[in-house]
Design a protein around this ligand. Structure first.
Ligand SMILES: NC(=O)c1ccc[n+]([C@@H]2O[C@H](COP(=O)([O-])OP(=O)(O)OC[C@H]3O[C@@H](n4cnc5c(N)ncnc54)[C@H](OP(=O)(O)O)[C@@H]3O)[C@@H](O)[C@H]2O)c1
Length: 356
């Protein structure tokens, strides 16, 4: 029997607006037999012009109230930020036993364990496919499709802004600052680009993938992070002369000593798939004990792709069974750690994983 799920959407920015437009254009969207109907919204400013009509939707100044509303069956968090209103609202929804869908990698990477524990205790799904690789189903692949394998490492290009900047620097011979300014003009980079070019965004994403791959709590605080802000044209040209391309690679490796999560500029041989993933593409290698190497690549963030993913997964019945998706606090998990025997001294540029 078809059910209508009343969706409360907190955050009407790039992703929230994409989701509402998508659902507006496809009112019959019901991939798992139930219809998604947005009934309530929350954002900072009620009067800000939006690319869709919100006048018929219930408005909530406070996203926590939206999460708790009796009219909200499923809560979609698209505010962003690891703490503050996003976290409070997600906690409120989970505490009320409601499914939560979020694209918020900072929230999951920094508080995933406690939120997963809450979700587990309440039997409520906590879904975050759009938090990593936008339109490419990386979370689902690691979390579900590869659940029977022993994953040894995960590595990839997880920040499209950095990939775009490095690609343009090489292609046009322009400096980091020039290409960044252009990326900001084109909307590829935020006004404050620190999260992207500093490597922090990629570190959030790889922390989530590491947790899913290795069955441990996400531990963003332990990640080693270096961005691309110190990469200059000379580095790029010298790398190319030697047969390499510089990529910002995020990786997670497991050894007997623990899990090491790193983000840093790396040298990829020119014929390596990561070297060939240019522009704003994202790309990911997963190495499993049985399946060997799997490679996926896809478009970076996109209003449509991310919006769809933000709301499109909440109705899978088996997601309720697999509610939290991340091991909660106290899960039997290898320690996520940097330093000690796992960590080799890292030169500023090192080879991509598996390439010596
Ligand atoms: N942008 C992407 O392509 C992308 C891709 C993947 C994942 N994500 C993730 O998706 C999330 C949203 O990103 P975004 O780019 O859509 O952000 P954004 O454009 O900055 O939009 C943020 C939205 O949150 C609202 N907001 C801020 N504070 C609020 C509060 N206290 N209460 C209620 N609403 C509040 C804002 O309201 P106003 O509109 O009134 O200011 C705005 O609508 C983030 O976690 C981000 O990491 C983004």
């Amino acid at each position: 029997m078809s059910k209508t799920w009343r969706i409360g959407v907190a955050g009407l920015g790039t992703v929230g607006a994409g989701l509402l437009k998508f659902l507006d254009e496809r009112p019959g969207f019901a991939p798992a037999g139930g219809q998604a109907l947005v009934t309530g919204v929350s954002a900072r400013s009620r009067s800000r012009p939006r690319p869709f009509d919100i006048s018929k939707l219930a408005w909530f100044d406070d996203p926590v109230a939206l999460a708790q509303s009796d009219e909200t069956d499923v809560f979609v968090e698209l505010i962003g930020g690891s703490d503050g209103p996003a976290k409070a609202a997600v906690e409120a929804a989970l505490s009320a036993g409601k499914p939560v869908v979020t694209a918020n990698k900072a929230l999951i990477a920094e508080h995933g364990a406690e939120l997963a524990a809450l979700a587990e205790a309440q039997g409520a799904p906590l879904l975050f496919e759009a938090a990593v690789m936008g339109g490419t189903p990386a979370v689902k692949m690691v979390r579900e499709a590869l659940v029977g394998d022993e994953i040894k490492s995960v590595a990839g290009i997880l920040n499209g802004t950095c990939n775009y900047i490095l690609t343009e620097m090489e292609a046009t011979g322009r400096s980091f600052a020039e290409v960044l300014a252009e990326a900001q003009r084109l909307g590829y980079a935020e006004a404050d680009p620190t999260m992207d070019v500093g490597g922090f965004d990629a570190a959030h994403k790889i922390s989530i993938l590491a947790a899913l791959a290795f069955g441990c709590a996400p531990n963003y605080a332990a990640a080693e992070i270096e961005g691309i802000d110190q990469v200059d044209l000379l580095d790029i040209h010298m790398a190319k002369d030697l047969g390499y391309r510089i990529k910002l690679v995020a990786s997670a490796d497991r050894s007997a000593d623990g899990v090491l999560v790193r983000v840093h500029p790396s040298l990829a041989p020119l014929n390596h798939p990561l070297a060939q993933a240019g522009g704003a593409l994202n790309a990911l290698f997963i190495e499993g004990a049985r399946v060997g190497r799997i490679f996926v690549q896809g478009r970076r963030r996109g209003r449509r792709a991310d919006g769809r993913r933000g709301g499109g997964r909440h109705r899978r019945r088996d997601d309720r069974r697999r509610a939290p998706g991340l091991p909660g606090a106290g899960a039997d998990a290898p320690a996520v750690r940097a330093g000690g025997p796992v960590q080799e001294p890292q030169p500023r540029l090192s080879a991509v994983p598996g390439e010596g």
